[in-house]
Write a protein that binds this ligand. Structure first.
Ligand SMILES: Nc1nc2c(c(=O)[nH]1)N[C@H]1C(S)=C(S)[C@@H](COP(=O)(O)O)O[C@H]1N2
Ligand SMILES: [Mo]
Length: 319
């Protein structure tokens, strides 16, 4: 994510060199090839430095629920090129800085319009839940995308257990606030804690998952351990990481990016090639690991599954 509060952060802090290269020079594919190769190199060497010491396999995943024959993005990108502002505003540092985040024990507070509010431990949440592998695309506002074999479970399945009341029209998610372990939170780059939200029908959609892993392993901290949302038809910033609170409400939540820059980041944030970001087009994207840009697809390619949720809505207004 990029934000425009120039007085709060210097451009050099939010725009790393590879993205700078991308913006300027990717018009020429040869330069693009060079930049893509050097990005992979940077990402690989950073990964080697962090040692990926916490990698643990999740071998009890049984079911393959949603597959894709698209080539998967190489692991070093997925775990080495991250947006996680609680740690840093560049893409390479979260892998290193998140390594020491304490992710166990972990619990999630459930509150608002539900019959069963309370504090649920992660074990509680995972109990009896079938973990599945689902290969979904993640597409960022910054025009890059990845194909990731996530491991997780349907959010709807968990929500049903909390028994939302008939007044619950939205679900709000909150990320951990722990400045002692999350150095980015010591600066007011965003208003902490990070908050995201979905309309109830979006949250209950079978494509929406809570992820606990990727590539057959426990979720790396930089990807939002131990529990993060994945909403494949929306821009990446909706997929909130390291969730500690789930709140059900009648009113649309005030989400972090929307508050920071309402003209740039709407509540819905559906991937939409026809609605530009105010500062750039959203028509094309770079799949990390590939040389040539590709066309961005409506709803990130999931139109058949989700377009009905927005029937009759003006998607320029509700962007
Ligand atoms: N708490 C929190 N969640 C977050 C973010 C963040 O900064 N903080 N960044 C978002 C953005 S902009 C993107 S693109 C994705 C990146 O997920 P990844 O690092 O697993 O690829 O996480 C999203 N979730
Ligand atoms: Mo993003």
């Amino acid at each position: 994510m990029l934000i425009k509060r120039a007085e709060a952060i210097k451009p050099s802090e939010i725009t790393d060199k590879t993205l700078y290269l991308k913006r300027r020079e990717f018009i020429h594919s040869t330069v693009g090839m060079f930049a893509a190769a050097s990005l992979l190199f940077t990402v690989r060497s950073r990964a080697a430095k962090t040692g990926d010491g916490n990698r643990r396999s999740l071998d009890y995943v049984k079911k393959r629920e949603y597959s894709s024959d698209e080539p998967q993005t190489p692991y070093p990108y997925v775990s080495g090129y991250n947006n996680f502002y609680e740690f840093a505003t560049d893409k390479e540092s979260p892998a290193r800085l998140a390594a020491s985040l304490t992710v166990a024990p972990w619990s999630v507070v459930v509150e608002g319009e539900v019959a069963r509010p309370g504090t649920y431990t992660l074990e509680d949440i995972l109990k009896n839940r079938q973990l599945e592998e689902r290969i979904y695309r993640l597409r960022c506002v910054e025009r890059w995308s990845m194909v990731i074999p996530w491991i997780g479970f349907s959010l709807a399945d968990l929500i049903k257990r909390f028994e939302p009341t008939s007044r619950a029209r939205y679900v709000e998610f909150t990320t951990l606030y722990r400045p002692a372990e999350m150095p980015g939170q010591r600066r007011s780059v965003l208003s902490w804690p990070y908050v995201e939200g979905l309309r109830m029908d979006e949250a209950m959609h079978p494509l929406t998952i809570l992820a606990t892993g990727l590539y057959g392993e426990v979720l790396p901290n930089q990807n939002g351990a131990p529990l993060r949302l994945v909403v494949p038809w929306k821009y990446g910033f909706k997929s909130i990481k390291s969730i500690v609170k789930i709140r059900f409400s009648e009113h649309q939540p005030r989400t972090t990016w929307n508050r920071a820059a309402p003209r740039e980041y709407g509540f819905y944030a559906n991937v939409n090639p026809d609605v530009d970001h105010p500062r750039w087009s959203q028509r094309r994207e770079r799949r990390l690991g590939e040389f040539f840009k590709r066309k961005t697809l409506m709803f990130n390619g999931y139109a058949e599954e989700v377009a009905h949720l927005y029937k009759g809505m003006d998607l320029r207004k509700y962007f």
